[in-house]
Every structure is written in structure tokens, then in C-alpha cells.
Write a protein of this length. Structure first.
Length: 159
């Protein structure tokens, strides 16, 4: 009986230490995944613009079929704009679809649409910050420059 009580006490101590660390690990991984997915979508839009030689658009989307969103957390579309009118004319123009972000991840951005011309340059340089419900320097920030390149900054202050 004493051995069982000692074992349970050791187990309780280990769980007390391990559970908060596991939660932090999960939240950090969610934040990194969301940031990487956004960066991959930006890079795909730019590379498709250069590859196809046409304007490509990355936009927020509530329904994953049209550019109707007003927040990156609801999902986004990458699509080729063959006639350069910045209007999604047909479902065939869509290259990639992303669904809404899960958990407490929030995205704050200066734009809801990024447009890349056939050379990979953008007329909409932007800053996108990815955070969650924790406070402190835990966020990540993507900067999209006029040349179309993306830079990542970690440990950005979140509200």
C-alpha cells in the first residue's frame, strides 16, 4: 500500500510539471503551423505568377470559393487571374484553397488581398502578424515586400 501511494505521488508530481509544458508545446506548434501555411500560400501565389506569367491573387475567403472574407482566420484562396481584372471569374482559376484556422489563433494584417504580377512583384506590400490568446513576445510576423519576397520575424509582441 505504501509503494502504491509513493508511485501515485511521483505520478502526480510528474503530471503537474508535464501538462503545462505540453500545452505550451501544442500552442507553439499551432502558431508555427498557421504561420507556415500563410507563408507557403504567399510563396505559391508568387511562384505561380512567375511560372504562368499572369497575375495571381491571394485573398481571404469565408466560403473557400470566392474572395468574400475580411479576415485571414476564415481561410484563403490562391488563384490565377488570366485576364488581369482582379475578379475571380471561374472556379477553374483557383489554384489552392485553405480552410479556416483552428484554435485560438488570430491573424492581424494590413491587407486582405495580395496581388502578384507576372514577374512576382506585388503592388500590395503587407505585414501579417499571427498570434494566439497568450500575451507576450510569442507571435510571428510575415512581411511581404514589394519585390514579392517574404521575411519572417519570431517573438513578436501579441496583445
Amino acid at each position: 500500500m505504501i509503494e502504491l501511494m509513493v508511485t501515485l505521488a511521483v505520478l502526480a508530481i510528474l503530471l503537474t510539471i508535464g501538462v503545462p509544458s505540453m500545452r505550451t508545446l501544442i500552442l507553439n506548434n499551432r502558431l508555427t503551423t498557421a504561420t507556415n501555411n500563410l507563408a507557403a500560400a504567399i510563396n505559391m501565389a508568387r511562384s505561380e505568377a512567375v511560372k504562368q506569367g499572369v497575375t495571381t491573387v491571394l485573398c481571404t475567403s469565408n466560403d473557400q470559393a470566392t474572395c468574400t472574407g475580411n479576415a485571414w482566420t476564415t481561410g484563403w484562396l490562391v488563384w490565377a487571374d488570366a485576364n488581369s481584372n482582379t475578379t475571380l471569374d471561374a472556379p477553374g482559376e483557383i489554384i489552392r484553397v485553405a480552410e479556416s484556422l483552428k484554435g485560438t489563433t488570430t491573424v492581424t494584417a494590413t491587407v486582405t488581398t495580395l496581388v502578384f504580377d507576372g514577374t512576382g512583384f506585388t503592388t500590395t506590400p503587407a505585414t501579417i502578424k499571427v498570434c494566439d490568446d497568450r500575451t507576450g513576445n510569442l507571435g510571428k510576423q510575415l512581411r511581404i515586400l514589394a519585390g514579392g519576397s517574404v521575411s519572417l520575424t519570431s517573438q513578436v509582441a501579441c496583445p
